[in-house]
Design a protein around this ligand. Structure first.
Ligand code: ADP
Length: 186
């Protein structure tokens, strides 16, 4: 199974994915987190933040996820993943792809600003430290049309989001197994 996350910077993608990974490992369920920030330092080093590059980034992460997923490893792609067209493309490119929207209001993110990015994006035009492509401030984020799971990290605790995510994975795995069983019996 491939789980593509989407959500603004600081929404909680990494935090929730790591919690889910740790809890699932305790039950013997292997999860790999394919973290966009990490891959941008290696496989995706040549990519910037234009629409084309952000989409190509997701295409490459999706390919890596698909290889792992073939071996039964649940692959969570953790990236902002702001465009609906590439999310849909990924969803039809491989079997068992789920989309999880890690949602948080921009107001809350500006207040959290754990990486100081929002402060930089909100600097006046022409300021040398200004960020010009922060998703949700001065770069687009297309709300997913029909995510398989929608978490609201502005009003649900980390523990609650982690549990909802784990329940979602267990439900999806059970459905997947039922599908395989039905194909095998026909
Ligand atoms: P992202 O990977 O989406 O950029 P991070 O996981 O790196 O986001 O950062 C999210 C920040 O928000 C962390 O400091 C985390 O502790 C905090 N946070 C507060 N509430 C939540 C929540 N319900 N779910 C996830 N993170 C939360």
């Amino acid at each position: 199974m491939i789980i593509q996350l989407c959500g603004l910077s600081g929404a909680g993608k990494t935090t929730i994915a790591r919690n889910v990974q740790r809890k699932a490992a305790a039950d013997g369920t292997p999860i790999e987190i394919i973290d966009g920030d990490i891959y941008r330092e290696s496989l995706c080093r040549d990519l910037g933040f234009s629409r084309e590059d952000r989409c190509e980034n997701i295409r490459r992460l999706g390919f890596v996820a698909s290889r792992l997923s073939n071996y039964g490893i649940i692959s969570i792609i953790s990236a902002i993943n702001p465009y609906e067209s590439i999310r849909q493309e990924l969803a039809i490119s491989y079997p068992h792809v789920k989309t999880v929207f890690i949602d948080c209001t921009v107001e809350k993110l500006i207040a959290r600003d754990t990486k100081g990015l929002y402060k930089r994006a909100l600097l006046p035009e022409g300021h040398p430290d200004k960020l010009n492509n922060l998703t949700g401030i001065n770069d687009p984020f297309e709300t997913p049309v029909q995510p398989d799971l929608h978490l609201h990290t502005d009003n649900q605790s980390i523990a609650a989001c982690t549990n909802l995510f784990l329940q979602f994975i267990n439900r999806s795995l059970a459905l997947q197994q039922a599908q395989y069983a039905s194909v095998a019996s026909n």
